[in-house]
Unconditional design. Structure first.
Length: 557
């Protein structure tokens, strides 16, 4: 049976009984012809505070042109964004992960409330990308996701910069390695215009993962925000949305278990952000697919790191695009037998067909050949042990060592840890522990780039380790373990730690342990008095009551 392109809006708009609904549409300029066509939501996250989403209105205009050209009626609406790079290191950062689920909720409510037939979502900053795809999976209407694109790199002193360099420059300034003038010059150069952070940080990790998943056309997300082709990509996205609608291709037909495994392989091959674990588990849950942390580790063990990307590597996202982008990575994975090639994408072609069409720039150095990978295993690993029985995530893309053993330096707030680094109280071999920053304990599971950037800038990045029940920015590198579960507020063993306890991190054995007996940990946990909730009303308190463990995607549904 053919799919009805007006499968929802007929109920909203057709017949004499719906005259009142139509009169509201007329008031804002819609015509009889407009209301006879399929209604396509164009959802975006424009906000006047961040380059990550600053081109969304312009992208939306082009998407709408494409929808109209293909016979649909676009309806634009926007939701929110919380910008990690701005909020980092403050109480504001607690709002970031919370915003992911709120974005999904708000898009879902607009589409359900107005019986839209299809959807284009435009995303940019870190949480907007999974939030939009979570909404698509919930609604299960024909839909396409378009990423607004990466920012271009900045330039200073012969180096190509990203915002990562600013965070590390703050640490260098606090350690006396550079002065205020140089910090200011780096600050002014790092972010030259529209677009999300320019390394394989969380935004670009998720945009590339969703190309691999198939909910975005292969290669389209990778076009940088200010590239001359980006507006044409947006126009083509609008036309594609109408094609997807007429074919009746639903997100849950695309978001399968095998497609999610393809997305994970893409994350591993590009040395992507630890946040991909949270976000892909959350998307899987919305699509009704079971996905566990163990799947990430299993894929990591057999997937080489191929893309030499910042924060730990040499190149930026625009340089990855110039090299051939994610299609080239997909082709490498296909050639290695690591891609489920028959999975469907929004284009109507399989991911294998998309990979075979890859065009690699001659002589490019960003994406390594299969016989010369940067690492033979993926960039993320899952650790367990007596400190994290439910699992945690370590990013090892740029790591050369596999084991770290040292004394714990315990902090109950990120700010306290940052001040200790700034004051020079952290010494080589220390294991910094930041707890009560988990999904419930924060609440909101803050990222720790302020601390990790300070460590790198102070020259401690290679000599210390850090573990937390919070998160890390995609711009983080070093020996860092996040998402420790259960979190401290849920009585996880991390709450039992004291200064000086000896912690061992063993990547090859996938272990995170403290040298304490089970009896001693149990005894200490009985005596723990958690801090009082920082929020007792409002969205933060509501989130703390609803949110699941990080090991389950930190979802509220």
């Amino acid at each position: 049976m053919a799919f009805d392109p007006r499968h929802k809006s007929r109920t909203l708009l057709d017949g004499a009984d719906r005259a009142a609904a139509r009169t509201y549409f007329r008031a804002v300029g819609f015509t009889d012809e407009d209301l006879s066509r399929p209604l396509i939501g164009v959802a975006h996250c424009w906000i006047e505070i961040t380059p990550c989403n600053s081109n969304h209105r312009k992208m939306a205009d082009k998407v709408k042109e494409g929808v109209r050209a293909a016979g649909g009626t676009p309806i634009e609406f926007n939701t929110i964004s919380v910008t990690d790079g701005i909020a980092m290191g403050t109480e504001g950062m607690k709002a970031s992960l919370i915003s992911r689920d709120w974005i999904a909720d708000s898009v879902e409510l607009v589409v359900r409330g107005h019986l839209l037939d299809g959807l284009v979502t435009i995303s940019g900053c870190d949480k907007t990308i999974p939030g939009m795809v979570m909404a698509m999976a919930r609604l299960n209407l024909p839909a396409v996701m378009l990423y607004g694109g990466s920012i271009m790199y900045g330039e200073y002193g012969g180096r190509r910069l990203t915002v990562q360099d600013v965070f590390e420059a703050i640490g260098a300034r606090n350690a006396g390695r550079i002065g205020d003038d140089e910090l200011h010059r780096i600050e002014c150069a790092a972010c030259p215009g529209d677009g999300a952070c320019g390394g394989q940080f969380t935004a670009n990790t998720m945009s590339t993962a969703f190309e691999m998943l198939g909910v975005s056309p292969m290669g389209w997300n990778g076009v940088p925000a200010t590239h001359p082709e980006k507006e044409d990509i947006a126009f083509r996205t609008g036309k594609l949305a109408m094609d997807v609608l007429r074919r009746g291709l639903l997100p849950r037909r695309i978001i399968t278990k095998k497609a999610l495994l393809n997305a994970i392989a893409g994350v591993m091959a590009t040395g992507g952000s630890t946040n991909a674990v949270l976000h892909l588990i959350a998307v899987a849950r919305e699509a009704g697919v079971k996905l566990t942390m163990e799947e990430f580790d299993r894929i990591s063990r057999k997937t080489p790191v191929l893309a030499d990307m910042k924060p730990w590597g040499a190149y930026t996202a625009p340089e990855m695009f110039d090299a051939g982008g994610m299609p080239v990575v997909a082709k490498r994975l296909l050639d290695a037998g690591l891609l489920h090639a028959d999975e469907m994408t929004v284009t109507g072609r399989t991911i294998g067909e998309e990979a075979r069409a890859a065009r690699e720039a001659p002589g490019q150095k960003v994406i390594r050949p299969l016989d010369d990978p940067l690492k033979t295993e993926g960039g993320l690993v899952i650790l367990r042990g007596n400190l994290s029985p439910d699992g945690c995530v370590a990013k090892v893309s740029g790591q050369k060592k596999d084991v770290h053993r040292g004394p714990a330096r315990v902090f109950d707030r990120e700010e306290d840890a940052f001040q200790a680094v700034k004051a020079g109280r952290i010494k080589p071999n220390d294991v910094i522990v930041i707890r009560y920053e988990g999904p419930k304990g924060g609440p909101g599971m803050r990222e720790m780039l302020h601390v990790t950037g300070a460590l790198q800038g102070a020259g401690l990045g290679d000599t210390v380790a850090l573990m937390t029940d919070g998160r890390f920015s995609g711009a983080t590198h070093g020996f860092m373990i996040g998402h420790v579960a259960p979190e401290a507020l849920d009585g996880g063993p991390i709450a039992a730690l004291r200064n000086g306890d000896v912690i061992t991190i063993d990547v090859k054995k996938r272990k995170l342990d403290v040298e304490l007996s089970a009896a001693e940990i149990k005894k200490r946990l009985k005596a723990v008095k958690p801090p009082k909730p920082r929020y007792t009303w409002g969205v933060m308190a509501k989130y703390a009551k609803l949110v699941s463990s990080a090991s389950e995607g930190a979802v509220t549904g």
